[in-house]
Design a protein. Structure first.
Lengths: 302, 165
């Protein structure tokens, strides 16, 4: 029974590690890579999420409620595969539909968001008999600027990604105690300069470092798991040179997730997630969203 | 262990609670200035012996030493496009509209996030008055309206007005 619980929680934790945390105004944030933290050989996760912008927060911490509809749908496929005993590779392919309705006028845009890929290495194997030692996976990830950024967008609606090439590295830790589990991850990334142009002119955009930290827990009962997690995101200021010379402010926000998961059998599991950026943290210079998502995961055991 | 774990998690979550500081945008419909485009002065009525009237220029292009006069003819909000009429004048009183061989441009810029908005259309609709239309801010927050003087598409001078939408 204990082993079954460990298996279930390890699998369900995957749903959390595959979440992306983005300030929805700008398709910002950084997607944690899809990683296998269980003992499976491969996994594919598909998900659909529906989000809505609820507030805008200035760099001084003043909140303004949105008085028009700004919604985002994200369809995502995430795959990961073990390539050696302790190495794995993963890729995330997101497609985003963004729509904004102001009174009777509606705009929408659909296309690829930022693709990310990762290489993971299990540097800390799980020891079931040890009550403290977690399972640890280190990863290096890259993000490709396949989504149009807010810096290139001329109306904001067609912004579907952060739009920078970025390299990140981090670590994810998981641990299970009977019906309880916990997980945590930290990643640091560096986004690289980009020359952009839109109808306003040309500009050289210089982003900086960013990071995220996640802590979460779960309670398992039978085939179900209820979990919660909190992720803090940080992005350094962005410098712009060109048609406007400007240095922006740093960006901070926190995303709370509540997840209900169901394991249908040993190879399929489903999850419902509610994510809210208005509940926690001390957000600055960002938009805050609420979203729900449904995901299904197929696994292949070793 | 369970209790410590639960207390720790609860503490982390509760200490992290957001404290929303909701505010309404300050005067989103108010014009940014009371300045109104003034007609060219009728020099015929000016008595050359009188001292020139003191006219304070509120918005100065520093490099070209010209005065920016503008007025919202239709206020921009988070949901509506706005329109501005503007013209340039001399700094010294009496302010005389100037017709520079430069191009006037208006750029909307969100300084905190480092991005712009939709392009603003600037058209000359009389010998010295320009109209900046399709002014739309793509999201609420702190914005800058950057009035730019350009020559051959190169920025010559700039005056920035801050606004909260």
């Amino acid at each position: 029974m204990s082993m079954l619980l460990k298996l279930l929680s390890s699998i369900f934790i995957l749903f959390l590690s595959a979440e992306s945390f983005a300030a929805s105004c700008c398709g910002g944030g950084f997607a944690l890579p899809s990683l296998i933290t269980s003992d499976d050989r491969a996994q594919i996760t598909t998900s659909i999420s529906q989000g809505s912008v609820k507030a805008d927060v200035t760099s001084g911490g003043v909140w303004y409620k949105r008085n028009y509809t700004d919604q985002t749908q994200i369809y995502k496929i995430e795959a990961a595969h073990i390539v050696a005993d302790t190495f794995q590779v993963g890729v995330t392919l997101p497609v985003q539909m963004r729509s904004r309705q102001i009174e009777n006028s509606q705009q929408s845009s659909t296309g690829l968001a930022d693709i990310s890929a990762a290489i993971g290495y299990e540097f800390l194997p799980d020891w079931n008999y040890n009550p403290y030692r977690p399972k640890g996976i280190g990863f290096i990830s890259i993000t490709l600027p396949t989504g149009k950024s807010i810096y290139e967008s001329s109306d904001g609606v067609d912004s579907r990604g952060r739009g920078f090439f970025a390299i990140g590295a981090g670590v994810a830790l998981t641990k299970t105690w009977r019906e309880l589990d916990a997980h945590s991850s930290f990643e640091l990334h560096r986004s690289f300069d980009k020359v952009t142009s839109n109808e306003n002119g040309y500009g050289n955009i210089k982003p900086g470092l960013g990071s995220s930290f996640t802590a979460g827990f779960g309670y398992n009962r039978g085939d179900y798991r209820f979990g919660g997690s909190l992720t803090w995101n940080y992005e350094q200021a962005v410098e712009t040179e060109g048609y406007v010379n400007s240095l922006s402010e740093e960006q901070k926000f926190a995303t709370a997730n509540a997840v209900l998961s169901y394991m249908a059998n040993e190879t399929w599991s489903y999850s419902f997630t509610y994510a809210d950026q208005t509940l926690f943290g001390n957000p600055q210079n960002t938009t805050l969203s609420q979203s729900i998502s449904l995901s299904a995961q197929k696994r292949w055991s070793r | 262990v369970k209790l410590i774990f639960a207390v720790f998690l609860l503490s982390v979550f509760l200490l992290s609670c957001a404290q929303p500081n909701y505010q309404e945008p300050t005067k989103p419909n108010a014009p940014l200035t009371d300045d109104k485009p003034k007609p060219p002065p009728n020099n015929d009525t000016t008595n050359p012996t009188d001292p020139p009237p003191k006219v304070e220029c509120k918005h100065v292009f520093a490099k070209t030493q010209t005065c920016l006069n503008y007025k919202w003819t239709k206020s921009a909000t988070a949901t509506e496009m706005g329109t501005i009429d503007l013209f340039l004048a001399t700094l010294e009183a009496p302010q005389i509209p100037v017709n520079l061989n430069y191009t006037l441009a208006v750029v909307l810029w969100m300084p905190s996030m480092g991005h712009g908005s939709r392009p603003v259309v600037v058209e000359k609709n009389s010998s010295f008055i320009y109209t900046a239309s399709k002014i739309f801010f793509i999201m609420p927050g702190d914005w800058e309206i950057r009035f730019q003087i350009k020559l051959n598409n190169e920025l010559v001078d700039e005056y920035v007005v801050k606004i909260i939408i």
